[in-house]
Design a protein around this ligand. Structure first.
Ligand SMILES: [Zn+2]
Ligand SMILES: [Zn+2]
Length: 264
C-alpha cells in the first residue's frame, strides 16, 4: 500500500537556507549531501519574503532583496549538477491575506517552481500568535484551519507542511472536530499532508499521532519532508524511518514525491 521507499526518500521539497536567518549551510552543501543520500529531486523552500509595509524587519525569513541571489544560486547548481539531481526553487509560506497576492506575483516574476504552506502564524510573526504555542483556545484552532483551507483553495500550494504544528491542548473532541474537517477538505482538494522529519528528529510536539490517526480515518495521502535547516538532517535516516513508521502504523499512503503545483 505504501509507495514510499523503505530505506530513504528519493524526493524532498522542504529545505531552508541561511537567508532565513535560522538555518545553516550553503545550497551547495545541501545539494551535495542530498546526492550522497541518493535523493533525485530536491527542492529549496526557504521561508518566504514578506513585503511588510510598516518598516518591519523579519528575523525569521529572507528579505525580498535576497530572492534574486537565492534563485540565481540554485539555478547555477541546477546546471552544475544536472546529471545527478533535479533541483527546484520554492518557498515555504504562511497564507497571509494581507500579502498573499503580492507574494504570488513576485514568485511568478521570478519563475518560482512551487510553494508549500507552513502556517507558522495566524497572522504574521508580528501580529501572531505562533501556531506552535500550546493553547486551549478553540478560536486559535479554528482560525488555523480556516486560514489553511482558504490558502489551499487558491490551488497554489503543493502540500501542507507540518499540518500538526497547531498545538491545541484543550478538549480532544474539539481538536478532532476541527482537524478532521481540515483533513476532509484537504482530501477533496487532493493535497498531501507532510510528516515532518525535523519535528521528529528534534522531539517537537509534531508529528502528533492523534492527528495522524485522524488522517488515517479520513484517508489523506502523506509525504515526508525533511525541513532541512542544516545538512545533518538530510542524513538522518532514523528520523525518516520514524516518520514512515507512523504512516505504517496508521496505514497511511506515503507518496514518493508530491506532485508540484504550478503557481498561477
Ligand atoms: Zn515550517
Ligand atoms: Zn520549514
Amino acid at each position: 500500500m505504501s509507495q514510499s521507499n523503505e530505506k530513504f526518500m528519493t524526493a524532498n521539497f522542504h529545505a531552508h537556507t541561511f537567508r532565513c536567518q535560522h538555518a545553516y549551510g550553503t545550497e551547495r552543501e545541501y545539494v551535495e549531501t542530498a546526492i550522497e543520500m541518493g535523493i533525485k529531486k530536491f527542492g529549496f523552500s526557504d521561508h518566504v519574503f514578506c513585503p511588510f509595509k510598516n518598516g518591519e524587519v523579519s528575523g525569521m525569513r529572507m528579505k525580498l532583496s535576497e530572492v534574486e541571489d537565492y534563485v540565481h544560486t540554485i539555478e547555477q547548481l541546477r546546471q552544475e549538477y544536472k546529471n545527478d539531481i533535479e533541483l527546484y526553487i520554492g518557498f515555504e509560506t504562511e497564507y497571509m491575506r494581507a500579502f498573499y497576492e503580492e507574494q504570488v506575483k513576485i514568485c511568478k516574476d521570478y519563475g518560482i517552481d512551487y510553494l508549500i504552506m507552513g502556517q507558522h502564524f495566524l497572522g504574521t510573526e508580528f501580529d501572531g500568535p505562533y501556531a506552535g504555542t500550546p493553547t486551549e483556545d478553540e478560536k486559535v484552532l479554528s482560525t488555523y484551519v480556516e486560514l489553511v483551507l482558504e490558502g489551499m483553495q487558491t490551488g497554489n500550494f503543493t502540500y501542507l507542511a507540518h499540518p500538526d504544528l497547531i498545538h491545541y491542548i484543550g478538549d480532544s473532541k474539539i481538536y478532532d472536530k476541527h482537524m478532521r474537517y481540515m483533513c476532509e477538505e484537504m482530501k477533496k482538494m487532493d493535497i498531501p499532508l507532510e510528516l515532518n522529519m525535523l519535528g521528529m528528529a528534534t522531539g517537537r510536539h509534531y508529528p502528533n499521532e492523534t492527528f495522524w490517526k485522524i488522517v488515517s480515518e479520513v484517508g489523506n495521502k502523506a509525504v515526508v519532508g525533511i525541513d532541512a535547516h542544516d545538512t545533518n538532517i538530510i542524513q538522518n535516516i532514523n528520523a525518516y524511518k520514524n516518520c514512515i513508521n507512523i504512516a505504517k502504523k496508521y496505514k497511511i499512503e506515503v507518496l514518493n514525491e508530491a506532485k508540484l503545483r504550478k503557481i498561477s
